[in-house]
Design a protein around this ligand. Sequence first.
Ligand code: ASP
Length: 434
Amino acid sequence: MLKVVKFGGSSLSCAQQFEKVKNIVLSDPQRKIVVCSALGKRDKEDTKITDLLYILHAHLKYSVPYQDIWDMIYNRFVGVRDELKITYDIKADLDSLKGELNKNMSQDYLVSRGEYLTSKLMAAYIGYTFVDAQELLRYNYDGKLDDILTEKNVKLAFSKYEKIVVPGFYGAFPNNSVKLLSRGGSDVTGAILSKCLNVSVYENWTDVSGILAADPRIVKNPQSIKEVTYAELRELSYMGASVLHEETVFPVQELNIPINIRNTNDPNNPGTMILNECKDDSNIVTGIAGKKDFYSFNVFKDHMSDKVGFLRKALQVFESYDVSIEHVPSGIDSFSVVVAGSQVEKYKYEIVTDLKRNLDCQVSVETDLALVATVGRNMAKRSGVCAKIFNALGNEKINVRLLAQGPSELNIIIGVSADDYDKTISALYESLVR
Ligand code: ASP
């Protein structure tokens, strides 16, 4: 049995966090593959190493003096090394990086040094072998992972060293230059390694005890979810719950490898298990999530229902502006097209003009729509959930402007006015989850 364990920046922010990580890793002999992010924030006011490196790069690029930023980066790494008395000569690596700094340095390379140096520190501290992600994760020039080569590299490195620390967040192109993943990408590194070695579980260690059933900025002390399916997670993340990098699930889902979200500051808490299928059916609703800032284009036309191709023509207008559509609730002689505000902000007048011209219809636009999703695998084929939702919203005098449920019955989406957003999330959480 083998586990990949990935630690996020908050789990690696200072010497005390390194100690916790060491205890976690060494307390389970199956935890043989460790993935590290870069040193994260020590408190709310602090800055992540990754952000400092981006700032450093901008200073270099525009030839702005950078010594202060450099000192901050240098001192944080050296501080952790000194406090933990790690033997790795990080000063030599930092000095050689400083010598390489120049105006044309690749941003990907410079930013990746955050996870590189953090992982070297960690490897020396826990007595594992450091293996550079540049040698493992190989990408084609189009940015796609070369699965076959990557799997070969990972298997080889693991069979050679057996206990390894790999930096997250980057890999390499065929010419060996660093390819950085998108922000939060160490999650994806962990998932790729998990798939290559077909591990029994991918543990993702962070600073919360699992995925919360609602946004804690809105609901006080929401409970954490014990088990969630990959499909539910996708619905929750899509609707705004920030959990894992969105590309994390694909590699592990293929092999049905569970992801376990754990808390470095509360290691005995079992956290959340993300699985293909879940046994736990104690909750009908798994979680509530939502997003603001949707636009609704409302289209009206008499006898619309008799006209073949009418909806297609309307959707084509959105396609021509490269806008993806969220929902299309419909009546007999009217329907609305709901889209993310960020996608149409620039073209809203053009879209209205095109709709009117191409369809000879009336159009109105509402811009203050919020969507709230009630997600739960156990809702399918069960009666009474909608009754509870409407009851809860009715009691709070919240007007429902849109209602949608997909065929999998995994998700019930309610559209409300943006002003009612927080109230809606709280009301649904209290009546369906708490
Ligand atoms: N350090 C990177 C970031 O801040 C990558 C990661 O943490 O996964 O986005």
